[in-house]
Design a binder for this molecule. Structure first.
Ligand code: DC
Length: 220
């Protein structure tokens, strides 16, 4: 039997790297839902859309099609893997993802992608809203200093140097907006398993989730 694995948690807890490897170990499809919110944000920023203006926003959303090619994300068929990871997108994505119209468009697309099961999706509301019936839900946490250092290294690898202070402020601000928004705020599902990744290596995180998944898959 194939299952749906929902991985939620704060930014910089290692969700994406973990989810990608878990999917690869199980031969499942990996879907980065954060990349979808980032891609919409990038589109709105590059088209100078005032996203607080409902009419302008609706029109732009109708003209903006997201798709995946392997693990790459495309906006209207253009690969934006690199463009969606800039600080400019980091600084706007929480505001954009708090807008209900944006969320309903993306949630609908995410549910379609999970219909056949065999998916690992990471985000903020995957276990609570997108797949409330997911067979395995994981909620990842980590200490703030560790999250910021991980994010700094990730940006550095992509040739973007940013100070720890700026990154920490951005993470705190996103935590605040993501957790307090009205529509599907970030919170742990009641039936999720919490993993604190502060003292775990990437491989240990992956092993833990693959073990949990296999025990569900083989028990059914
Ligand atoms: O996982 P990430 O840092 O790439 O996500 C970017 C932003 O997208 C995050 O600040 C909140 C938003 N997001 C969301 O609201 N719901 C999701 N399922 C995934 C991401």
């Amino acid at each position: 039997m194939k299952i749906v694995i929902a991985i939620d948690g704060y930014s910089g807890t290692g969700k994406s790297s973990t989810a990608k490897q878990v999917a690869s170990r199980l031969s499942y499809t990996y879907i980065d839902s954060g990349a979808m919110y980032r891609a919409i944000t990038y589109y709105l920023l590059t088209h100078n859309i005032d996203f607080q203006n409902e009419q302008e926003l609706s029109k732009s959303l109708a003209n903006c099609t997201l798709s995946f090619e392997g693990s790459s994300i495309l906006v209207n068929n253009q690969n934006v893997d690199h463009e969606i990871r800039t600080m400019q997108v980091n600084q706007n994505v929480s505001q954009v993802s708090a807008i209900s119209e944006v969320r309903s468009k993306l949630v609908e697309q995410q549910r379609k992608m999970g219909e056949q099961k065999g998916v690992v999706m990471d985000g903020r509301d995957i276990g609570t809203v997108v797949f409330p019936d997911a067979e395995l839900k994981v909620f990842m946490t980590a200490e703030m200093d560790i999250r910021a250092e991980r994010r700094r290294k990730e940006l550095e690898k992509k040739g973007m140097n940013e100070s720890l202070e700026v990154i920490k402020e951005n993470l705190k601000e996103r935590d605040r907006i993501d957790s307090s928004r009205k529509d599907s705020p970030l919170k742990m599902a009641d039936d999720a398993k919490e993993i604190d990744t502060s003292r775990l290596t990437l491989n240990q995180q992956i092993d833990k989730i693959v073990e949990m998944a296999e025990s569900i898959i083989y028990a059914s």
